[in-house]
Design a protein around this ligand. Structure first.
Ligand SMILES: Nc1nc2c(c(=O)[nH]1)N[C@H]1C(S)=C(S)[C@@H](COP(=O)(O)O)O[C@H]1N2
Ligand SMILES: [Mo]
Length: 259
């Protein structure tokens, strides 16, 4: 048996490899890597291939391109449904998370509350809670995944967001829906996700009015998106073609934030 000596990659080869790998990645992953800095170490982690020589470099590129197809299919299929669970699998108690502690959860007065609606919509009237509760409601048991390393299964109920957007005469060809929250949090989503059948504007948790810590009076629940894309305590939403960004997104988290 003849042992083949690896031809170690020169710094130039490594740069070329990173460039090729970057070109293979789908746009959201590419942006994330550009922001965070793409390294061979990072790519090795992602693909499970370590790069020592030209053969392994080749293998890594094949992996990245396969990863690309899988990621594209997963992220961009507007019909992809997130898994749902039996109620017996709900996580109790459900975790609380925000950019502050539990003692700073905003107090929203439900009687005075109005959801402001703006941007590319024909009906800009602000919605009271009873008006929102009178819309057709649905509920689902899904998994919420937080990038901080936990996930939990919960049951949220509310109006399918597509129904609400149609009700306010939203321009459904607009690019984004932006959200502002009572605690200065903000985020935004793509229209395909806004119209996804599992995207709900929720008012209940486990069959009861959404408790303050989970986002009273409403949380946009999207089981196809990571936790930070799911705004709690929403007070205003805007349909727009101007990129609205987000609280964590503006600090480097991936904007698409698919789960
Ligand atoms: N208004 C508001 N919404 C928010 C946040 C926040 O700090 N403020 N944190 C996000 C993050 S990172 C997560 S994981 C979930 C946590 O929701 P939970 O407290 O119901 O578990 O809310 C998201 N929505
Ligand atoms: Mo999160």
């Amino acid at each position: 048996m003849r042992l083949r000596r690896p031809s170690l990659l020169s710094p130039r080869d490594r740069d070329a490899l990173l460039k090729d790998a970057l070109a293979e990645l789908p746009a959201p992953a590419r942006r994330l890597f550009l922001k965070r800095g793409l390294t061979l170490g990072g790519l090795s982690l992602l693909t499970g291939c370590s790069v020592v020589d030209e053969d392994s470099a080749e293998r890594l590129l094949v992996h990245v391109s396969r990863f690309n197809d899988r990621v594209q299919a997963w992220l961009f299929d507007p019909n992809r449904l997130a898994p749902t669970y039996p109620e017996s699998m709900m996580t109790r108690p459900f975790p609380f998370n925000a950019f502050y502690g539990r003692d700073e959860v905003p107090e929203v007065d439900g009687d005075d509350y109005r959801l402001e609606v703006g941007g590319l919509v024909t009906d800009k009237h602000a919605w009271s809670l009873p008006e929102l509760y009178a819309l057709p409601q649905a509920d689902q048991v899904t998994r919420h995944i937080c990038v901080e390393g936990w996930s939990a299964i919960g049951k949220w109920g509310g109006v399918p967001f597509a129904t609400f957007l149609k009700r306010i005469g939203a321009d459904l060809s607009a690019k984004y829906v932006g959200f502002e929250c009572a605690d200065d949090y903000y985020t935004s989503i793509d229209m395909a996700t806004a119209l996804h059948p599992q995207t709900l504007l929720t008012f209940t948790y486990d069959g009861k009015t959404l408790p303050p810590e989970y986002g009273y009076p409403m949380k946009l629940r999207m089981p196809t998106k990571l936790g930070y894309k799911n705004p709690k305590h929403i007070v205003a939403l805007t349909v727009t073609n101007t990129y609205p960004g987000g609280y964590w997104e503006d600090q480097g988290y991936n904007w698409f934030g698919g789960s």
